[in-house]
Design a protein around this ligand. Structure first.
Ligand code: TMP
Length: 216
């Protein structure tokens, strides 16, 4: 039987996650960080959630399909966790064991913010489920790019919106305030950055913090 008592940090790699509301600019920053790390001679493994390996990508397309507004919050939570479990076991942990710097666009805190705060599901239960689904894998550093939700939604208005992006402003405000509350409770793990700064300014802050973490 696979043990659920695996402790964190028993691998040589580093695990960095990005979080933020819609349109916060995470994806741009993930790419800039990976480029800076590769230039410094480090090996990165870039990934995203929901998604990653084929099973998790298949779950992503179910989750984000705007044609299924009938999806129940409980179904949504379990699908995010199923996607994450496969992703962590098949991709993230092996990469960490190979001493890579794993950078994921979203991870557990998205579930606490979106399904916990915004969908109003029990956050303690979500945390327990997350430990089970991820084999107790937690990020070494989480970067929150914080932005007023109106500003972020304005930035993505010309895209085809997915099922979650189509939610109300009220929903997205709950997500934002939950992120800020998690960051406040876990300052040792969190770096909160003002998403209204320029992409280059944001990148410099992230780069300094990540390079300090991994000792570049
Ligand atoms: P993306 O737009 O950053 O690719 O993320 C897909 C959407 O899924 C985004 O609206 C946030 C949402 N999401 C959750 O609701 N719960 C989760 O656990 C994750 C990882 C994402």
């Amino acid at each position: 039987m696979r043990t659920q008592e695996t402790t964190t940090r028993d691998y040589p790699g580093y695990f960095i996650t990005f979080e933020g509301t819609e349109g916060s600019g995470k994806s741009t920053q993930v790419k800039l960080l990976a480029k800076a790390l590769e230039e410094a001679g480090k090996t990165c493994f870039l990934t995203r959630e929901p998604g990653g390996p084929p099973i998790s990508e298949a779950i992503r397309s179910i989750l984000l399909n705007p044609q299924t507004p009938e999806m129940l919050p409980e179904t949504e939570l379990l699908l995010y966790m199923a996607s994450r479990s496969q992703h962590t076991g098949q991709w993230i942990l092996p990469a960490l064991n190979q001493a890579k710097i794993v950078i994921s666009d979203r991870y557990n805190d998205s579930t606490i913010a979106y399904q916990g705060a915004a969908r109003n599901l029990n956050q303690r239960f979500i945390s327990t489920l997350a430990k089970f689904a991820t084999f107790h894998t937690t990020p070494d550093l989480t970067i929150l790019i914080d932005l007023p939700v109106e500003e972020g939604l304005k930035r993505i208005q010309n895209r085809t919106l997915d099922r979650l992006e189509l939610e109300s402003i009220r929903f997205h405000r709950k997500v934002r305030s939950q992120y800020l509350s998690i960051a406040k409770k876990q300052p040792h793990r969190y770096l909160v950055i003002d998403g209204q700064k320029s992409p280059q300014q944001i990148h410099e802050i992230i780069k300094n913090s990540v390079f300090a973490l991994i000792g570049v």
